[in-house]
Write a protein that binds this ligand. Structure first.
Ligand code: S3P
Length: 432
């Protein structure tokens, strides 16, 4: 797809539902007794993969894309049935890692696979703790990646063991995987992570009736919960909002209102860093119902300055680092991003992808072992961008193209359907 310099951005945009929260609504609804209704559900390909996996395991799920609502007729903790074929997670790491925790606690065998990207992503990070719990889970290619086989060595009769797992990485996917397996364990299960990752699992499982608690960076769950169907209203995805925040800040003359954005403190690092860079962002209509807080964000074009980003804030903005790198190109001075080696094992190696593609556009950027160093202020020009079908890379460069002289060609730009199917039209609608 071709993109051109455009703007200013004016008007209102309503962001589709949060990907992490949408996944969990379907998964926990399937394991609860009774009906769960998820509204403002994200109709992205990743979340549709989650629906498909649970349908294959005998759960009746009615998706109404016209109203973005999903009804799940849950069958309780032990209500899943053996799927006919293998479970296909597509591009979705969240589906694969969270579902593996649930499947480890079942009595039937399953196989899981996904697309070319997912087959390169590290799964030993879940195989290790699940094996400690007594699960039978293997990488079929013996390379620590999908395809995975669970319980193939025979039907599970013994229960999983409750463990206290010290995760080497701050990852909500690892934490959630182990906590979900913990529901099928013989005792309490805890996960301690080096810094706190997003806590949607803890918040939502508690709403469904699980006995789950958090203290600092440790989350603990008791086994055998009686989960009950719930009404879940999904907040707008701050990771999707990030592209419009960035566009509003860098395109001169812009002023946009981004509606209904989830501002859970384990996800709002982007707002904190933007403010530190000098961004003009105002929160309006803040709603905190005790679960997932939301707000409208008023964003105006701003003069930005370089910052250092590292440490505990990284998990709270991990998916927003690519678009933060674009902001850094526009900022005065140097931006250093560190402690973000996890970017190398996302849908693509996002450190290399940002360094390669932004360099093609004329930026002064250098990849490091755990992040990047960017000297801001060099004007960007159009270039050919390889997204390697990574949705966040494609959206990031659609934003960079708005301030680049000439034409930008983004290859496989349609991959945005993974997390934001209407991204390109929503962006065009704001560009006057
Ligand atoms: C997610 C957690 C994050 C994030 C991903 C979604 C989740 O991954 O990058 O897009 O829904 O739990 P990690 O927890 O592995 O860092």
């Amino acid at each position: 797809m071709n993109f051109y310099k455009k703007g200013p951005l004016k008007g209102i945009v309503t962001i589709p539902g949060d990907k992490s929260v949408s996944h969990r609504g379907v998964m926990f609804g399937a394991l609860a007794k009774g009906t769960t209704e998820v509204t403002n559900f994200l109709q992205g390909a990743d979340c549709l993969s989650t629906i498909q996996c649970f349908k294959q395991m005998g759960i009746e799920i009615i998706n109404n894309p016209a109203s973005d609502s999903v009804i799940i007729h849950g069958k309780g903790l032990h209500g899943l049935t053996k799927p006919a074929g293998l479970l296909d997670v597509g591009n979705s790491g969240t589906t694969l890692r969270l579902i593996s925790g649930i499947l480890s606690g079942q009595t039937f065998a399953t196989s899981l696979n996904g697309d070319a990207s997912i087959q390169k992503r590290p799964m030993n990070r879940i195989i290790a703790p699940l094996s400690m719990m007594g699960a039978h889970i293997t990488s079929l290619g013996e390379n620590g990646c999908a395809p995975l086989a669970i319980n193939h060595s025979g039907e599970r009769t013994a229960r999983l063991k409750g463990i206290h797992y010290h995760s080497p990485v701050a990852s909500a996917q690892i934490k959630s995987c182990v906590l979900l397996a913990g529901m099928y364990a013989d005792g309490e299960t805890s996960v301690t992570e080096p810094t706190l990752s997003r806590n949607h699992t803890e918040l939502m499982l508690s709403q469904f009736g699980a006995r789950i608690s958090s203290q600092g960076t440790t989350a603990t769950i008791q086994p055998d919960p009686d989960l009950l169907g719930q009404k879940i209203k999904v907040p707008g995805d701050i990771s999707s909002a990030a592209y419009f925040i960035a566009a509003g800040l860098i395109v001169p003359g812009s002023e946009i209102l981004i509606k209904n954005v989830g501002i859970n403190p384990t996800r709002d690092g982007i707002l904190r860093v933007c403010r530190q860079m000098g961004a003009d962002i105002t929160l309006e209509n803040v709603i905190d119902t005790g679960g997932e807080p939301m707000a409208d964000l008023l964003v105006r074009h701003s003069e930005l300055k370089g910052v250092e980003i590292g440490g505990d804030i990284i998990p709270t903005l991990i998916d927003e680092i690519p678009v933060l790198a674009v902001l850094a190109c526009l900022a005065k001075g140097k931006t250093i991003i560190r402690d973000a080696a996890e970017l190398k094992v996302k849908e693509s190696n996002r450190i290399d992808m940002m360094a390669d593609n932004l360099s093609r556009m004329g930026a002064d950027i250098r990849a490091t072992d755990d992040g990047m160093v960017i000297n801001g202020g060099k004007p960007l020009h159009g270039a050919t961008i390889e997204s390697k079908a990574d949705h966040r890379i494609a959206m990031t460069f659609a934003i960079a193209s708005l301030i680049a002289e000439g034409e930008t060609l983004i290859r496989e730009a349609e991959c945005v359907t993974v997390s934001y199917p209407n991204f390109h039209s929503d962006l065009s609608a704001l560009c006057k």
